[in-house]
Write a protein that binds this ligand. Structure first.
Ligand SMILES: Nc1ncnc2c1ncn2[C@@H]1O[C@H](COP(=O)(O)OP(=O)(O)OP(=O)(O)O)[C@@H](O)[C@H]1O
Length: 236
């Protein structure tokens, strides 16, 4: 970590979450504590069912933990309960999501798939479209601006999904298997892009991954087992 990466963007202390009760109880998060700084691209690894998605969803304020403490981009948002009433706005302000299946809306072209995030946040349509075009150019998919999601290659769709996640300039970007569907070369390019975004936007990126190809491209790796974080590893 260099001296410019000191701003803590994601801070968790003893975050816990269970599902079910009695014999069916699952402790999906057990006292998870971690700190992730601006300009870091961090990987979250672990076997199926170990709690990775639960952790990503808790950080994304989609899922309410049972207990613990969470500060996002300097604001304490959870202290044994949500401290912000408008979680949707919180998400729009602070968080960008990149989903494995892209989640692009099939009936909107690429520009509108990005612009819609901004119009939902209250931007005028014209400004939203301009920003969407700018982002698609930044991600080098501007030649596909008018294409519908069904017409895109896997790599192109992933870049449009990343453009959408960046639209509101979030400082925390959560990615679920961002390279799973891509060959090594495209996966490498997506990783280059995520590093570029982390540096240029002073953002923290947390990627759930099973993808061995990209392990060397992560600044740090956290491993989860049975809802617990095991020791973090620096990249090799
Ligand atoms: N909504 C839910 N209701 C009940 N149990 C759940 C729910 N969500 C997750 N779980 C359970 O919590 C545990 C952690 O699940 P989670 O999806 O976080 O794991 P994961 O590490 O992301 O797995 P995968 O790699 O398969 O996506 C699992 O045992 C899962 O069955």
């Amino acid at each position: 970590m260099n001296e410019n990466t000191t701003t803590a963007l994601v801070e968790l202390k003893q975050l816990s979450k269970h599902f079910g009760e009695g014999a069916t109880r699952v402790d999906a998060l057990r006292d998870v504590s971690l700190t992730i700084h601006a300009r870091e691209v961090v990987g979250l690894l672990g076997p199926s069912g170990s709690g990775k998605s639960t952790l990503l969803n808790a950080i994304g304020c989609i899922l309410e933990p049972d207990s613990g403490w969470m500060r996002l981009d300097g604001d304490v948002v959870y202290d044994n309960r949500w401290l912000r009433r408008d979680l949707r706005r919180l998400r729009l302000e602070k968080i960008g999501f990149i989903f494995q299946k892209h989640n692009l809306l099939p009936f909107l072209n690429c520009t509108d798939n990005v612009a819609i995030v901004l119009t939902l946040a209250g931007w005028p349509k014209k400004a939203a479209v301009e920003r969407a075009r700018e982002l698609l150019a930044y991600l080098q998919v501007d030649h596909r601006m008018e294409a519908m999601p069904g017409q895109l290659s896997g790599g192109e769709a992933q870049r449009v999904a990343i453009a959408r996640a960046l639209a509101n300039r979030p400082r925390i970007i959560l990615a679920d298997e961002p390279t799973a569907a891509l060959d090594s070369e495209r996966a490498g390019r997506v990783m280059d892009l995520l590093h570029k975004v982390a540096i240029e936007q002073d953002a923290a990126i947390i990627a759930v991954t099973h993808d061995e190809k990209i392990l060397g491209r992560l600044d740090r790796i956290y491993r989860m087992v049975d809802g617990r974080l095991t020791d973090q590893e620096d990249d090799g």
